[in-house]
Design a binder for this molecule. Structure first.
Ligand SMILES: *Cc1c(COP(=O)(O)O)cnc(C)c1O
Length: 237
């Protein structure tokens, strides 16, 4: 298991990459948040990462979200859901035991948003959400098509208790940097169109370990990093 100091060193190296990319794009490094993607990690490693300075963690799976948030509850990091969410899991994710869940980045249908909104009303809490957009068109990826994103965003933003903060995407998985970057540019264009009516929706959650420089160049306000900090994940069984 990596030590807190080792994780802190890896986080510092990633922040340096983000800072270099931001400066190259004429942006301030402080305008890009680092989210640590914790999927498949043991609870102890997630806790070590938060102790190492990670203030924002991203969870893919509901079962892991439950275990990880319990393991770091006293340290109070901000937690985002970045994986696909089935409607029947909404009550588990948004639960009085899990106040750390601040944002669901993976909203890609109106029924899911409506479900989240109703659950928040029942709990008397608010929730930040992002609309997940499938910029690559890959069939394996969740997210609404770019053409439908503005309309979904407007409908989501109109729901009680939800605060639309922006857009999230998982980039094209390809060695072709220009093609990957074009996808991130597409998400920025979606955001630029929507933000005229919804000035609160300016966040762009995009870029991962292998391509965060391209995302920062296109305006990412959050990059989501796992491998560069925690090493390669075991292949799924
Ligand atoms: C795993 C994951 C990441 C991080 O990917 P790495 O390549 O490990 O940095 C980012 N976003 C989502 C949605 C993920 O599932």
């Amino acid at each position: 298991m990596p030590t807190v100091a080792e994780i802190a060193e890896r986080i510092a190296a990633v922040r340096a990459r983000v800072a270099a990319a931001a400066e190259a794009a004429g942006r301030s490094p402080s305008d890009v948040r680092l989210l640590l993607a914790t999927k498949t990690l043991p609870d102890d490693v997630v806790r070590a990462a938060v102790l190492a300075g990670a203030a924002l963690i991203g969870e893919n799976r509901v079962q892991e979200l439950v275990a990880h948030t319990a393991a770091v509850a006293d340290l109070r990091p901000e937690v985002h859901l970045i994986g696909h969410l089935q409607s029947n899991k909404v009550t588990t994710v948004l639960h009085p035991d899990r106040p750390l869940v601040a944002c669901v980045e993976s909203v890609d249908t109106l029924p899911l948003a409506e479900r989240l909104s109703r659950r928040c009303a029942d709990l008397g809490r608010d929730l930040e959400v992002m609309v997940q957009v499938n910029v690559s068109g890959e069939a394996t990826k969740s997210g609404i098509a770019p053409d439908g994103a503005a309309e979904l965003a407007a409908r989501v933003a109109a729901l009680p208790r939800l605060r639309l903060t922006g857009f999230m995407t998982i980039g094209l998985n390809s060695p072709d940097a220009a093609a990957v970057r074009a996808g991130y540019a597409r998400l920025r264009q979606v955001r630029d169109a929507v933000v005229r009516d919804l000035p609160g929706a300016r966040e762009l959650s995009m870029g991962m370990s292998g391509d965060l420089e391209l995302a920062v160049a296109e305006g990412a306000t959050t990059v989501r990093v796992g491998t560069a900090v925690f090493g390669a994940r075991p292949a799924p069984a």
